[in-house]
Design a binder for this molecule. Structure first.
Ligand SMILES: Nc1ncnc2c1ncn2[C@@H]1O[C@H](COP(=O)(O)OP(=O)(O)OP(=O)(O)O)[C@@H](O)[C@H]1O
Ligand SMILES: [Mg+2]
Length: 226
């Protein structure tokens, strides 16, 4: 199933003085079960593509289909429900809430989705290897541990797609590899579709697919050997 499709997608940012043409005629299908690594130089439009594919940004022209329906056709309420339960996000700087502990950070995402399932929080914390640290606050955890909590938060409502923007960008080699290992496990064993933006060509060894952007255009789109 094509879980995401971009069709002749263009995205410009317009300010009074200047229009920046960021994405230029992107045509891309992501299939259910893909682990798609998006690479490209700084400023090539990777984050913009991720945000547009996930409905956080609107296309300037062209279409984005998410779960087989054009994003522009979703009612705002439907889109909000998708954001809460069908897609998850992981960012470079974790974006945890500093005055909530690890458990509460994950719990909050559950509350927002109007769910209440404490055993599931324990299960997900176990999955990312953080069960023993659930009472720790973000500033008591290493970067790698904070990112595990951010991944747990993204997973708690059992999304079909995880969008990750440079999740290892702020981590050393060892922690970065561990985070990539968790994403790989989620793709392989939990059947999550993953769209990963990364600067590191090395991270592509975990991916099933590679899309390379340069200057807002796709210059490579290939399956990778698993
Ligand atoms: N909200 C915005 N308003 C105006 N211009 C923007 C905005 N967001 C991004 N841009 C511009 O769009 C271009 C692409 O930015 P984007 O963040 O998508 O690149 P990137 O490939 O993710 O880069 P990096 O590797 O540095 O994260 C850049 O020229 C950037 O300055
Ligand atoms: Mg970026």
């Amino acid at each position: 199933m094509k879980i995401i499709s971009c069709v002749h997608l263009h995205k410009n940012y317009v300010s009074p003085k200047v229009t920046t043409f960021v994405l230029k005629d992107i045509n891309l299908d992501i299939h259910s079960g893909d682990f798609c690594g998006i690479t490209g130089p700084s400023g090539s439009g990777k984050t913009t593509l991720l945000y547009t594919m996930s409905g956080l940004e609107k296309p300037t022209s062209g279409e984005v289909f998410l779960f087989e329906k054009e994003v522009a056709q979703y009612e705002p309420k439907q889109m909000a429900a998708i954001r809460k339960t069908k897609i998850g996000f992981v960012f470079q700087f974790y974006n945890l809430i500093p005055n909530l502990n690890a458990y509460e950070n994950v719990k909050l995402a559950q509350i927002i989705a109007e769910k209440n399932d404490d055993p599931e929080i324990d299960r997900i914390l176990g999955l990312v290897g953080m069960k023993e640290f659930k009472e720790y606050f973000p500033n008591e955890l290493s970067g790698g541990m904070q990112q595990r909590i951010a991944i747990a938060r993204s997973l708690i409502n059992d999304p079909e797609i995880i969008f990750a923007d440079e999740p290892t960008g702020n981590l050393d080699q060892k922690n970065g590899q561990e985070i990539m290992g968790i994403l790989k496990m989620l793709n392989r064993d939990q059947h999550k579709t993953i769209v990963l933006v990364t600067h590191s060509e090395d991270n592509l060894k975990y991916c099933t697919r590679h899309v390379k952007l340069t200057d807002g255009k796709i210059i490579r789109d290939e399956e990778l050997p698993v």
